[in-house]
Write a protein that binds this ligand. Structure first.
Ligand code: TEU
Ligand code: CA
Length: 557
């Protein structure tokens, strides 16, 4: 008998929209809010419960909206506040909910607070950000930013440096200043009072800076790590508990922290005691699996079954009974999951996309689907630097290629594998020009395979990845075992098969996924394991799984 407490946000399937790339309603080549509103019926047909929109606030777009210049205004390119109200109304009218991105570790350097702060040491907003004197003629400490280069920017006018853990146009807010916390909490309440249903909290694990000591320098690295001083600190937990009391507890919200860390960290952020957040995103199966060289994520390192499975099994079992979690493999910061964990060749794309979908939807934790994932969209594999738009790509190019340390061909290959723009190409709506995304020139190139992979074709085809996702979501809604069942790893050393069981009140669900392009022996693939709920193959070979075969078998004890 599972003791899991029921909650709507545990049962929900969330669909992430990257607004810039979703749908353009006015031909300027940039996705917008009216574009989203025009496609709400599509999302309703898919069956998702919640829509999370990446930032739609006013922004100079140094980091596509993750650099906010006004938290209470809509980005001009995306529309107006009236467009927002209409979108929210359309979402609610269809029985869905809206989660907003809360980017409050930093603002844009064009935010009025920073414009003031920069005016000088005596400005009342100086302390809204983190200003320090230099040391020995250089930056205050050795920290590197997440987007290459130093984490400190020198300001000649005042002779001080400000901290930016991301781009230099993203100065970090000083959460130690109670006025900053008041301002952020007021802003959150303002959106909640407007009727939104939750927050996805950007790098929320970094808001509490504990000290400004030099960080450890990995062999071959150019900068020190800020992690010991800034990640998962006690200070961050204190701010989150304050946020919970002062804001979150007054509403009925879905809250998900972009946090990373280990399972012990996740258990603190999203403990069943309800003191901080509902759930977090772990990075161990996405970001951390890459970090094997001084170049960070830029490498040829793949995502082998043994590594991914060990991580996911650990997260699934460690959190059980202690914290709620998330189930995802894709977002706007990761490459396309079918290209990364599956097989995007024409022969296996569809099978492997369905197999990965099976795994994600049958796990414990709130499921997050990233736009286009339900179509099996693939990486963009841009051939030239000119095709990229991401500040992370350009900064890494400066640091590693222009300095002569890395050969351009190597870097371009790594970009093709792991760069964020792979997931930011326009949503593939139909086979018309620009995949039906825009009548103008898209801000980033459309992936040429839209002629075969697009929503219009998949909605028409009952065997498509789209309809398979629709069925998976429906199963989750219909059967409590999928949401609340315990998770038990199976076949943990199998070289080809990812398998696990869910258990609830005498029912069991056995989930079998072949991660390879070869038939795999699997004793559990047999009618005695249970009655089949869903599979990506119409027929089976008892005792085996076909390439990328997925099966879900249900049994009452
Ligand atoms: O990402 C946080 C984060 O840790 C990133 O460094 C992420 O790991 C990286 O993009 C992978 O290459 C969040 C947002 O999701 C991201 O889009 C923003 O750029 C970033 O914060 C700054 O706001
Ligand atoms: Ca537009």
């Amino acid at each position: 008998m599972s003791m899991e407490k029921h909650a709507w946000w545990k049962e929900a399937v969330v669909y992430q929209i990257y607004p810039r790339s979703f749908a353009d309603s006015n031909g300027d080549g940039i996705g917008d809010l009216n574009g989203i509103t025009a496609h709400l019926d599509y999302l309703k047909q898919l069956g998702v419960d919640v829509i999370w929109v990446s930032p739609i606030y006013a922004s100079p777009n140094d980091d596509n909206g993750y650099d906010i210049s006004d938290y209470r205004a809509i980005m001009a390119e995306f529309g107006t506040m009236e467009d927002f109200d209409r979108m929210l109304e359309g979402i609610h009218a269809r029985g869905m909910k809206l989660v907003m991105d809360l980017v409050a570790n930093h603002t844009s350097d064009e935010h009025a607070w920073f414009v003031e702060s920069r005016k000088g040491r005596d400005n009342p907003y100086r302390d809204f950000y983190i200003w320090r004197d230099g040391k020995d003629g250089g930056a205050p400490n050795n920290w590197g930013s997440c987007f290459s280069g130093s984490a400190w920017e020198y300001d000649a006018a005042s002779g001080q440096y400000y901290l930016h853990l991301f781009s230099r146009k993203q100065p970090d807010l000083n959460w130690a200043n109670p006025k900053v916390r008041d301002a952020v909490f007021d802003m959150m309440k303002w959106w909640c009072d407007k009727g939104i249903d939750g927050f996805r909290m950007d790098v929320i694990s970094m808001i509490g800076k504990e000290n400004y000591d030099d960080g450890p320098v990995a062999p071959g690295a150019l900068y020190g790590s800020f992690i010991p001083s800034c990640q998962h600190t006690e200070t961050t937990h204190r701010y989150l508990r304050e946020m919970r009391r002062r804001v979150l507890d007054r509403y009925d919200l879905l809250t998900v922290g972009e946090a990373g860390g280990g399972t012990a960290d996740a258990i603190r952020y999203s403990s069943v005691d309800g003191s901080e957040l509902n759930m977090t995103f772990g990075f161990e199966h996405t970001d951390d699996i890459n970090d094997h060289t001084e170049l960070g994520k830029w490498s040829d390192h793949g995502s082998p079954l043994a590594e991914v499975r060990a991580v996911l099994n650990r997260w699934q079992t460690d959190l059980q009974g202690k914290a709620w979690g998330t189930s995802y493999m894709s977002n706007h910061d990761q490459p396309r999951q079918v290209s990364r964990f599956g097989n995007d060749s024409p022969l296996w794309r569809e099978k492997s996309a369905k197999m990965l979908g099976t795994l994600l939807h049958m796990m414990r934790g709130t499921v997050f689907v990233y736009q286009g994932e339900e179509l099996g969209m693939t990486n963009a594999y841009f051939k030239s630097l000119d095709d990229y738009r991401d500040v992370e790509v350009f900064n890494a190019w400066k640091q590693w290629v222009e300095s002569g340390r890395i050969h351009p061909q190597d870097m371009l290959r790594w970009y093709g594998r792991i760069a964020r723009d792979n997931a930011r190409t326009p949503m593939q709506w139909d086979a018309s020009a620009n995949a039906g995304f825009t009548t103008g020139t898209p801000w980033i190139r459309v992936t040429p395979n839209y002629l075969e992979i697009n929503a219009e074709a998949e909605v028409r085809d009952p065997d498509s990845v789209f309809h398979y996702y629709r069925k998976l979501i429906a199963l989750r809604h219909r059967h409590p075992i999928v949401v609340y069942g315990d998770y038990v790893p199976l076949l943990t050393d199998d070289p080809q098969v990812y398998a696990f069981r869910r258990e609830l009140d005498g029912e069991t669900l056995t989930v079998l996924c072949n991660w390879t392009d070869r038939t795999a022996p699997c004793a559990l693939s047999d009618e005695s394991t249970g009655e089949e709920w869903i599979s990506n193959y119409p027929e089976h070979k008892p005792g085996f799984l076909f390439p990328y075969e997925a099966r879900v078998l249900w049994k009452k004890a």
